[in-house]
Design a protein around this ligand. Sequence first.
Ligand SMILES: [Ca+2]
Length: 314
Amino acid sequence: MTQPRKIIIDTDPGQDDAVAILLALASPEDLDVIGITTVAGNVPLDLTTRNARIICELAGKPQTRIFAGCDRPLAHELVTAEHVHGKTGLDGPVLPDPTMPVEDQHAVDFLIETLRNEPEGSVRLCPLGPLTNIATALQKAPDIAPRIAEIVLMGGAYFEVGNITPTAEFNIFVDPHAAEIVFKCGAPITVLPLDVTHKALVTKQRNDAFRALNSPVGTAVALMTDFFERFDIAKYGSEGAPLHDPCVIGYLLAPHMFSGRHINVEIETQSPLTMGMTVADWWGVTDRPPNANFIGDLEADQFFDLLTDRLRRL
Ligand SMILES: [Ca+2]
């Protein structure tokens, strides 16, 4: 018997964040969610924190510890994505107002304290939004970097280039300075970029499978996806919504479903034209040392089978 791995989910929910959180909370034999830290991103911090509470209650896990974090990026004004996620960030289903508490401690202090107190190499960080909380913790307490087992994050793109600008993915674009700190921190990093998340598409058949769970969670996930997909169908002509953030949890549960390359990834923080671009040396044309496992592909059918099976438990 292997022990479940301890993870901290750092998130800006967001419908796809919500599905990622549900998948993690549905997998206690594999993952021990020791805390959820919230950050400003898809919507402002008060809403991302509220949405995290709504999701934990939907999962029937109101004992989950939630810590509110940074309400703005390190150096830029906050950019949000209501055009994708709706006014609340979680538009689609009608879910009850949350009653579970938020912890008093700031998310950054929780990250630092946890990484210092838990055995070295035992805690994984799962950022699903802008990297402001993680970077702030690393700046405040550089001693935590070698204690991080792994950072598995959703962000960036190489072949898909950008979604919020022609060259940048949203999470990295919102706080490129934070991303630069994280990508240079020396901890093992796995990146789930748009290149792979755009292949995790909720087709009609896959959405019907969520709905057929015939449970509050199944119905909520189906309705969130219904809401979220209109953006991608209009923009990309795709078959449905891409489940960006659940790829992070899917990777932790079943890394064999994913493939990528260990390469150098640098973050553009200067150019107004390409701000927040993940300059990924996929083809190995520089001598810059590899710092990230950059994922490019997944077995989408296997991924959706796993996701649907796990959601059935909630
Ligand atoms: Ca997110």
